[in-house]
Design a protein. Structure first.
Lengths: 519, 730
């Protein structure tokens, strides 16, 4: 048996995860040994842990990209930034949870521990470079979120959501695992680097096997990022889960899954016909952008609307991914099409750096915006309404501007950011992604994306209309206030505007060369 | 004497420094406008006066300093590009750029814009002072002074600009301020309407200006692309011209005046050639240039109130009187003349454009003078008189007497501003009575106003030796003696109309004077006794009246020049503007589109002529309005004519029927059919409806059934995989 020789360098990327895990264990133990009635300190521990982990991740982001842990994981800025943003999302979600749980008498150490485990899973997922590791990390993440979804076991909704999520998640995980198995069968390797090396030969020998494997792996990822038509669980689960958990899922889980998907496919497309992945990703982006926005349109339930909106945003990110896999050479006479690339713009230049920048910035922007939006919802919802099913109706927002002008302003800001209106971070994120797509020649798809985002403006602004232009109902209850919630909302609002106005340094960090290992 | 001359020719500041400080001249009133507009209500009336009047006065002092530097003989060394006589200026770098087209932000003062600077800030300062008293009862004082300062800033931008786009910024700025100030009392719908009318009419002109600028870019670019041998000029090879020209266009942009001047120098040999590149392909350069000049004429006609766009100016009298004096008499309305003098080198290359300008000017002058005969409002009379005088200036431009037209701009600024302010003083002292038939006998009650009004009236009628005579006579003299090649007959017509205008001017101005100041006080007067205005109002009047006399020195033929071996006598203004018009004069000599008289005739003939015209017309007015009709009105047999003139030849009605009504009907149809039905119902609401329906239908797929969700996923995954496999299977 060969005992591998690991150095500290190898453990550098997993150090944030270590911090998160340690804090999670401390929190679990605190439930056993401490019986204090106030438990806000648990939230503070979890928040501090995510800050420390995020700090380490930011520090890691300036390390050169390399393989670590014998090729089972990578250390590159792409994954380190993802970890940092996951930690940021966890930080905000934990703060939101403190008030939310206190209001429901459900503050428990396990909740925060599960959140931190989920965050650890997300971080690990973003740096996995081997199929089995990838699968296990995905499960770490998934199991934690299944449990979180059903954490508040009051009424049928949370259990239903948790159960659906579990069943369908297991199904998707099985698809991914089966796909990975097929690829192993074709190439005899599970490490992405080795798979990539063996793929051309395997493809020449048995293309169907490779295709089936790739397709199934993609289906597994598509489930996690909630791409249409693998999205159907999203609204039900997002609606049923405790709102802070929904916030974390919409931001962190998706970000990690996106990064893992991009990393995996960067290795897997080598040696196969480039048109196939490009067409598949374009199709997914098209369906997701249009479908997500169209489905959100008739919703009066704001939480459900945001769930569909998160699908639409995944569509915009998929547009970036499609740009990454756009064919480098396009014949000069190609016409503008929705699923094809055109030679209209600079296809000669390498757009991958712009895509990475766009993806990371979009994830960052979506994280802060979505956490803020779900956070506002979580502060407005009341336990008494949960059984009636109209907890999140638009009417809940009527006249919020008179009752709570600060909250209404913040929510308006988040809605504008989701709609992509300057000077918010949502606008810049869209700008970076769409311009990268246009540079890659995806003119038709980018136009569809912009048009579909116009649909989005309708339902985002409808919330603003309700808040500012409808009178408040007479029996409108005072929103539940907790300092952690307000801290989270202020942080999100400041970041939404701040990053929207001064994106300079961040985008510079995001667009350095050598962002992604092996590319 | 020589020491004095040397003193004026040695500026205390370095020319480069003066150039870099030019932006301050604009910035001061802009800052004043900002302070007054934002904080005017808070800081109070006195502070607003201090800030805004101080800002204009500061600009005036700076302008004096800059003007001094312009006259500095040490600074008048030829500039590196084409020997253009720009004395002081600075280029502040690229303003905007699109592809190869660029526009620099550059300010420049030469002899032409230097004079304009002094007129704008000097007269502007006096009118600010006057306004402080005139607007003393108005609550909106801070708004008024903010607009007034903003106007000064815009007008200064217009004259300081070294390129057409920047000039256009000022051009639009003065138009906007004019709109704001005409409609200053916006709660009176009629006044608000007058403001709108002025703005829209000006926009029509701006359209012409913009089209002209765009065509100019195309023409310049077509010349840049020409082979070098086409650009040969006397004393310089085509290669040199080509390279210098190309680099200048790349460096300054195609619309900088320095580039336009160089374009004009290149054009004489090209006029008959066809343009071979760009969208203008197929036109000859001469035709293209003529079109450009005619488009500029449309723009200038809008701003300077010429036929067919003069209708806004009489209505613009709805604004406060100081505004009429500053904007609608002294400065803004002369910007059309300024523009043509600025690009005079292009004007003289197109005889068609020249004769058109001359005819438009002469016709406007005569028509406006005839309308002024019967108007009752004192400001209306002065407004038509302004239109008429502007027409004379256009006549001067048209016949190539740029210096004369410009001299008339300057003298007109003094005496017309004085007339307007005096009219304002009359209104101020008579409870805002405007109707001349309801005034009368003010001579004793308002002595200062009376005296200044009389001096200015004599100046505008052209009594020797007041300034108005020299400028007007210079124009008419040029119209008589300088011939536009090929249009002798039409030009004689223009000259006759111009001379008739001079006669009419004397008549209607004396009429206004007699009815207002002489005779008995009218029974219909609003107040039994008028009161003389405060010193703050009469002071500017006196200064302007003095200037209206003193400005005559510019028209005296006292400069002796050595030209080609012989001594030529020039008037002061002609000599002063020589550096600006040098290229123009060279082009005239080269192309012979304009036949100049060989020798200067004696001035005595015109003097006597002018005397006779002024005195005969004035006497006629005296007899009619002092002896027969001391209270206005008209003679019985002339009544239809009077009515026709009083109703302004029914031009507004004609425009209404021919242009405004059809457009209104058309837009109504477009609104009802295209907008309401096609766009609103079908396109906008239809799309929204369709989108919402699609969303609602898709929603039914979301059943909440987990088995169904899984089935959809499985179906999607398998169809994707199957599709990919089928792609590779043979």
């Amino acid at each position: 048996m060969i005992i591998p020789h690991f150095t500290l360098n190898d453990f550098l990327p997993v150090m944030p995860v270590g911090v998160l895990m340690a804090a999670a264990i401390v929190l679990m133990l605190s439930e056993v040994f401490l019986t204090s009635t106030t438990r806000t300190y648990q939230a503070i521990i979890a928040a501090l842990a995510s800050i420390v982990a995020g700090g380490i991740a930011v520090n890691n982001a300036f390390e050169p990209a390399r393989l670590v842990l014998q090729g089972y994981a990578v250390l590159d800025p792409f994954s380190s930034w993802t970890t940092a943003m996951v930690c940021l999302g966890t930080f905000l979600a934990v703060l939101l949870s403190a008030g939310f749980l206190k209001h429901r008498n459900a503050e428990r150490g396990e909740f925060y521990a599960l959140m931190l485990f989920a965050a650890a899973g997300m971080s690990l997922l973003s740096l996995s470079a081997e199929f089995i590791t990838l699968f296990i990390n995905l499960e770490v993440l998934s199991v934690a979120t299944y449990a979180l979804t059903a954490f508040l076991r009051r009424g049928p909704r949370p259990s239903e959501a948790g159960f659906k999520y579990f069943i369908l998640g297991a199904f998707a995980a099985a698809l991914l695992l089966y796909g990975a198995a097929l690829i192993y069968g074709a190439t005899g390797a599970t490490k992405l680097v080795e798979v990539s090396a063996a793929l051309p030969a395997a493809f020449a020998k048995s293309p169907a096997l490779v295709y089936a494997g790739l397709g199934l792996v993609l289906a597994g990822f598509a489930f996690k990022v909630a791409a249409v038509p693998f999205h159907m669980w999203t609204p039900d689960v997002y609606e049923g889960a405790p709102t802070p958990v929904t916030a974390l899922m919409s931001a962190g889980v998706k970000a990690a899954a996106f990064v893992a998907m991009v990393r995996t496919f960067l290795f897997l497309v080598k040696g196969i016909d480039p048109v196939i992945p490009f067409t598949v990703f374009s199709l997914l982006a098209l369906l997701t952008m249009v479908g997500g926005n169209l489905l959100a349109l008739p919703q009066r339930n704001v939480k459900r609307m945001l769930a569909y909106s998160s699908i639409a945003h995944a569509g915009y990110m998929l547009l970036g991914v499609a740009a990454l896999f756009a064919p480098k050479l396009v014949e000069a006479g190609a016409k503008v099409g929705v699923l094809t690339a055109t030679p209209l713009t600079g296809t000669a230049q390498d757009v991958s750096v712009a895509v990475y920048k766009g993806l990371l910035f979009y994830i960052l922007g979506y994280t802060v915006t979505s956490l803020g939006a779900f956070g506002t919802i979580s502060a407005l919802e009341r336990r008494e309404d949960e059984t009636r099913g109209n907890t999140w109706d638009l009417e809940r927002f009527a006249g919020l501007a008179q009752r709570k002008p600060g909250w209404a302003a913040a929510m308006a800001l988040f809605m504008l950011s989701l709609g992509g209106v300057p000077p918010t971070v949502g606008f810049l994120g869209k700008l970076f992604l769409f311009s990268a797509a246009v540079d890659a020649g995806l003119l038709g798809l980018a136009i569809v994306g912009v048009l579909s985002s116009v649909i989005g403006v309708y339902f985002y602004l409808r919330v603003v209309v309700y808040m500012f232009m409808r009178p408040a109902p007479i029996d409108a209850p005072a929103p539940f206030r907790h300092w952690t919630t307000e801290l989270a909302l202020v942080t999100s609002a400041v970041l939404v505007v701040g990053l929207g106005i001064l994106p300079g340094t961040i985008t510079e960090w995001f667009s350095r060369v050598g962002m992604v290992f092996g590319h | 004497m020589e020491k004095l001359q040397l003193f004026f020719q040695t500026a205390p500041v370095d020319a480069t420094q003066a150039g870099h400080a030019l932006w301050l001249i604009i910035a001061l009133p802009l800052l004043g406008a900002l302070i007054s507009g934002v904080a005017g209500k808070v800081i109070g009336r006195a502070n607003v006066h201090l800030v805004t009047i101080g800002a204009v006065f500061g600009s005036f002092l700076l302008s004096l300093l800059v003007f001094w530097s312009v006259n500095d003989f040490r600074a008048s060394a030829p500039s590196p590009f084409g020997g253009i006589g720009y004395a002081v200026g600075a280029d502040f770098g690229t303003w905007f750029q699109a592809g190869t087209f660029r526009v620099n932000f550059g300010l420049v003062v030469d002899h032409l814009s230097g004079v304009m600077l002094l007129v704008i800030t000097g007269v502007g300062f006096l009118i600010h002072l006057y306004s402080a008293e005139y607007m003393s009862h108005d609550k909106g004082y801070w708004r008024f002074f903010a607009y007034l300062n903003l106007f000064i800033a815009a007008m200064l931008t217009l004259v300081l600009a070294d390129s057409l786009p920047l000039l256009f910024v000022g051009w639009e700025g003065v138009g906007m301020c004019s709109y704001l100030l005409i409609g200053f009392w916006y709660d009176d719908p009629q006044k608000a309407y007058a403001g709108r009318k002025a703005f829209i009419t000006n926009r029509i002109g701006d359209f012409g200006f913009l089209v002209a600028s765009f065509l100019m870019v195309l023409m310049v670019e077509s010349i840049v692309g020409l082979p070098a041998d086409k650009l040969n000029r006397a004393g310089i090879t085509g290669e040199q011209v080509s390279s210098r020209y190309g680099s200048a266009v790349a460096e300054k942009g195609p619309l900088a005046f320095s580039v336009l001047e160089e374009t004009a120098k290149a054009l004489p040999n090209l006029l008959d050639e066809k343009i071979v590149t760009g969208p203008l392909t197929g036109l000859t350069y001469e035709l293209a240039l003529t079109i450009i000049m005619l488009c500029f004429l449309l723009g200038a006609a809008g701003k300077s109130a010429q036929i067919p766009l003069y209708v806004w100016l009489p209505d613009a009298m709805a604004g406060p009187t100081p505004v009429s004096a500053l904007i609608h008499a002294a400065t803004m309305v002369t910007s059309g003349i300024y523009l043509f003098t600025r690009v005079s080198y292009l004007v003289v290359l197109s005889p068609v454009a020249m004769i058109t300008i001359a005819l438009i000017g002469a016709t406007t002058a005569l028509v406006a003078a005839l309308i002024a005969f019967t108007q009752k409002g004192i400001k209306k009379i002065l407004a038509y008189s302004t239109v008429s005088q502007l027409g004379l200036m256009f006549l001067g431009i048209g016949v190539g007497a740029f210096w004369a037209a410009f001299l008339h701009v300057v003298t007109h600024a003094f005496f017309k501003a004085c007339l307007f302010l005096a009219a304002g003083s009359v209104m101020h002292g008579n409870a805002d009575e405007e109707d001349v038939t309801k005034l009368g006998g003010l001579r004793k009650e308002m002595p200062v106003t009376w005296a200044t009004f009389l001096v200015s009236t004599m100046a505008i009628t052209g009594i020797v030796p007041l300034s108005g005579f020299f400028s007007k006579d210079a124009i008419l003299h040029a119209a008589h003696t300088q011939h536009i090649a090929g249009y002798h007959g039409l030009q004689t017509l223009a000259w006759v109309m111009g001379t008739l205008t001079a006669a009419c001017t004397a008549f209607y101005m004396m009429r206004a004077y007699f009815l207002t100041f002489e005779g008995e006080r009218s029974k219909d007067a609003k107040t039994p006794h008028a009161h003389e205005s405060a010193p703050l109002m009469t002071g500017p009047l006196v200064v302007l009246a003095v200037l209206a006399v003193v400005a005559l020195v510019h028209g005296l033929p006292i400069m002796h020049m050595q030209r080609g071996g012989e001594t030529v006598t020039q008037t002061l203004m002609e000599n002063f503007l020589d550096p600006v018009l040098r290229t123009t004069n060279d082009l005239v000599a080269q192309k012979q589109f304009l036949e100049l008289p060989h020798e200067h005739e004696s001035m005595v003939g015109p003097w006597i002529q002018a005397w006779i015209i002024a005195i005969v017309s004035g006497a006629l007015a005296f007899f009619i309005y002092r002896r027969f009709l001391p209270r206005g009105g008209s003679l019985q047999f002339l009544e239809p004519l009077r009515k026709f003139s009083f109703n302004k030849f029914y031009v507004d009605e004609v425009y209404d029927a021919l242009i405004i009504k059809p457009i209104t009907v058309l837009s109504r149809i477009l609104h009802k059919v295209v907008d309401a039905v096609l766009i609103d119902s079908v396109a906008v609401h239809g799309t929204a409806w369709l989108t919402a329906r699609t969303g609602a239908v898709l929603r039914y797929l979301q059943t909440g059934d987990a088995q169904m969700y899984a089935a959809v996923m499985a179906l999607a995954a398998s169809s994707g995989v199957v599709w990919a496999i089928f792609k590779v299977l043979p």
